[in-house]
Design a protein around this ligand. Structure first.
Ligand code: C2E
Ligand code: CA
Ligand code: CA
Ligand code: CA
Length: 277
């Protein structure tokens, strides 16, 4: 039995080593490609259910490989977080969002919000809010057009420090959305303390809407959001039925493949120009 165990551990060590080597390789490649400006920020439209017009978008990172495929952010974001690179990448994401807002302005489109995802590691960076405000000012962008998407996990340790930073940003006009609502720790006790303007219902709830109690759960989340006077956004909307349900339940905004996948900046501009016609 002892020998067996040793073998098992040896095997485990090997894969762990392999895993670490893979991670390290990926982190080095990511750093190199980021420096070589190969990362892209794509935009997924958000549609107002009342007017059926685009009112905003979510910025989503894309990492193209040599052969033209994309590495999923679900794979490389954790690597960027682990290696610390997410700080620089996150700064760049905010710059890209500001750049896009300016480019839209040049096309006469002035009211499209851009939401960006922020990692907990960015909040731990003591210069985060200062850099953010500075970037927005230097691009001369209306801060109300920039929204940070935070998840409940951000409150895991030191919630008061995070709430402080968020309050400062809010005071500058920057908007805050609670992302993936309902999937993380129950942060109901923090809902009151966070300076939120919007609540995003996670895709998993939207996808379950046509089975069992799925619709009731979405209804309950929406009414919580509405009572807290937050705008509600449903993400991952793929079917007309889902959009129909969400309209009936009074959801404000939807985002999902039904309207559009995330688009490269050029296609996004075309999409908006079409939508606003
Ligand atoms: P998320 O913030 O929950 O983003 C929504 C994800 O759902 C995106 O995946 C989007 O492409 C996908 N999606 C949108 N509509 C639909 C739909 O109708 N059906 C389905 N099946 N999926 C849909 P994506 O782009 O792969 O991003 C994955 C995650 O990576 C994001 O989840 C976010 O947590 C993270 N991420 C992406 N960009 C950034 C970034 O700039 N910074 C940070 N920190 N995280 C990012
Ligand atoms: Ca998000
Ligand atoms: Ca989300
Ligand atoms: Ca999600």
């Amino acid at each position: 039995a002892k020998k067996h165990n040793t073998q098992k551990y040896a095997y485990f060590d090997d894969t762990l080593e392999q895993k670490m080597a893979w991670r390290l390789g990926m982190a080095q490649q990511l750093r190199a490609d980021f420096k070589a400006q190969k990362l892209q920020l794509w935009f997924q439209p958000q549609i107002d259910l009342q007017t059926t017009k685009v009112v905003g978008c979510e910025g989503l990172l894309r990492w193209p490989t040599e052969n033209g495929n994309m590495i999923s952010p679900d794979i490389f974001i954790p690597i960027a977080e682990h290696s610390g690179l997410i700080i620089e990448i996150g700064d760049w994401v905010i710059e890209q969002a500001c750049r896009e807002i300016k480019q839209l302005e040049n096309l006469g489109i002035t009211k499209i919000k851009i939401s960006v995802n922020v990692s907990i590691a960015q909040f731990r960076d003591p210069t985060f809010s200062k850099k953010l405000v500075h970037t927005i000012e230097s691009f001369n962008v209306n801060p109300e057009l920039i929204e940070l998407e935070i998840t409940e996990s951000i409150l895991m340790n030191n919630p008061n420090a995070v709430i402080n930073v968020l309050n400062q940003l809010k005071a500058h006009g920057i908007q805050i959305a609670l992302d993936d609502f309902g999937t993380g720790f129950s942060s109901l006790s923090y809902l009151n303390k966070l300076p939120l303007s919007r609540m995003k219902i996670d895709r998993s709830f939207v996808q379950d809407m046509d089975s069992g109690n799925g619709k009731t759960i979405v209804q309950t989340i929406l009414s919580l959001g509405q009572k807290l006077t937050l705008k509600t956004i449903a993400e991952g909307v793929e079917t007309e039925t889902q959009a129909q349900y969400l309209t009936e339940l009074g959801c404000d905004i939807i985002q999902g493949y039904l309207y559009s996948k995330p688009l490269p900046p050029e296609d996004f501009k075309l999409f908006i120009e079409q939508s606003l016609k």
